[in-house]
Design a binder for this molecule. Structure first.
Ligand code: PEP
Length: 263
């Protein structure tokens, strides 16, 4: 585990799974499971990223039961309001106490043609509304073969950070596209190398303070059995979890990685 002041972040990207009733049941069960296991609130930040239609229900539950989970959205509009059918404004998300928003996930880049320019505009929109962007970057298998692991994620992040205020509160997620949903995670060393390179980009674009305080996550086939090996790396500050975030016991075990660092 890295020795630093950054609170580890375990973030569950539900993607297009769980309706609002299932979401409420899931969050309740996750909360009880972590409580039963004497999970230490504050030692690790746990965040859930439900679909838009679930957010109000999950927010109400978190609020009413004082559940110590952060809430995030999976996308945000570049616009504040207006004639943009189907879009969701950062102003609305912020009213729902969404503290985070995932931006630039490889599925958005691939299926919705989100370019680095769009990712940068969405990042600015999130920051404008006081929402922390979780900026996702990562190389495809083809990029890996052609350019090595860090070239593409480094370029993607540099394009987004250009021109951002140095005090911006952001999270960066390194998600190799070939590792997402494939069951083939990167090795801890691969994750460390790219996360360190991304921290270097943050230092270059936003300064040393920002690099020291910004959390850089690894994502791609993270599960209870491999999380501890990633979290031992000094530049890996948490995980963005897809499939395993939909299974209560598995996600709870990931959040409790400090109890099984020897795995
Ligand atoms: C993701 O989609 O962000 C992800 C990391 O998915 P998985 O954990 O299923 O690989």
């Amino acid at each position: 585990m890295g020795v630093n002041a950054r609170t580890p972040l375990i973030a569950g990207n539900w993607k297009m799974n769980l309706d609002h009733l299932q979401a409420v049941a899931f969050v309740q069960k996750l909360h009880w499971t972590l409580k039963d296991a004497k999970f230490e609130e504050g030692s690790v930040e746990v965040a859930v990223f439900p679909p838009f239609t679930d957010i109000r229900s999950v927010q109400t539950l978190i609020d009413a039961d004082k559940i110590p989970f952060a809430l995030g959205a999976q996308d945000i509009s570049t616009h504040d309001s207006g004639a943009y059918t189907g879009e969701v404004s950062g102003a609305f998300l912020s009213k729902l106490q969404c503290g985070y928003v995932i931006i630039g996930h490889s599925e958005r880049r691939e299926y919705h043609n989100e370019t680095d320019e769009v990712v940068a505009a969405k990042t600015r929109a999130a920051l404008k509304h006081g929402i922390v962007p979780v900026i996702c970057v990562g190389e495809t298998a083809e990029d890996l073969e052609k350019h090595g692991a860090s070239a593409v994620p480094v370029a993607q992040l540099a394009a987004v950070l250009d021109g951002l205020d140095k005090k911006s509160d952001i999270v960066v997620a390194y998600e190799p596209v070939w590792a997402i949903g494939s069951g083939q995670a990167a090795t801890p060393q691969q994750a460390q190398d790219v996360c360190a390179a991304l921290r270097g980009v943050i230092a270059e674009k936003l300064g040393a303070d920002a690099a020291a305080r910004t959390r850089v996550l690894y994502g791609g086939s993270v599960k209870a059995a491999n999380i501890a090996s990633f979290m031992r790396e000094p530049d890996v500050d948490g995980a963005l979890v897809g499939g395993a975030s939909l299974v209560v016991d598995e996600f709870a075990a990931i959040a409790r990685y400090q109890k099984h660092v020897g795995v």
